[in-house]
Design a protein around this ligand. Sequence first.
Ligand code: FES
Length: 274
Amino acid sequence: MPKKFEIIHKRVLNPEMSSISVYAPWIAAKAKPGQFIILRSNEEAERIPLTISSHDDGLITVIFQKAGAGTMELDLLNEGDCLADMAGPLGKPTPVEGYGRVAVLGGGLGCAIALPVARGLHEAGNQVDLIAGFRNEERVILQDEMKAACTDLHTCTDDGSFGYHGFVTNKLEELIKSGVKFNQIFAIGPLPMMKFATLMAKKYDIPCMISMCPLMIDGTGMCGCCRVTVGGETKFACVDGPDFDGYLVDFDEAIERNRTYQAFETERREEEAE
Ligand code: FES
């Protein structure tokens, strides 16, 4: 019998990203596409929000990028080790029913979030074009899983070393210009990518849902850390999201706030390296 929060599988996906499958059957039983968990690798560690990539056989699988001190600490754990805790499933599930043809755009780590959303949409009977973007071939992940989760997979790289040469928004526009009629776009990835995906969606008058993944502390709407301005109102990504109507999100404000946190992360990494 596995222990509570035991890491059952760990997989290195590329030089920056790994996935872990953690024993948490009570969370796995309730999880839906688009929802996330918050975990701590040890009692002193920071809280890390991660989208649930899959939830089978009592295991919650999450994918993380070794970007900051917290995720680097998490990466030190191996199969057989236990997390200190995990809370979830958190956030509202992504609505997946009744769109018809949809495009799901994933950028970098966002592909790990786009995967369960695409799978949910596909299982609900929608025709799903999954457009997954990476910097280069070395960064490409989850090809088999993504192929199985959609109708058509379009993998793109910024430098053309694998698949389509260009950004996910270039591929999206190419498909639209070729006559494909999308009823809904989902964009999941770095803030600038979601901003440009929304601008593209507006250009062709297609609704666009985006997924916010700001820093989070409590995950219950109490601390205000994950606030985002949507339609002129303050919303909390942890309880009101993570999905929002891209047309209404103040991306410039979110990008500015994110920059502040990045400066803290860099400072923290440098302190740890000393
Ligand atoms: Fe605290 Fe959302 S994480 S309000």
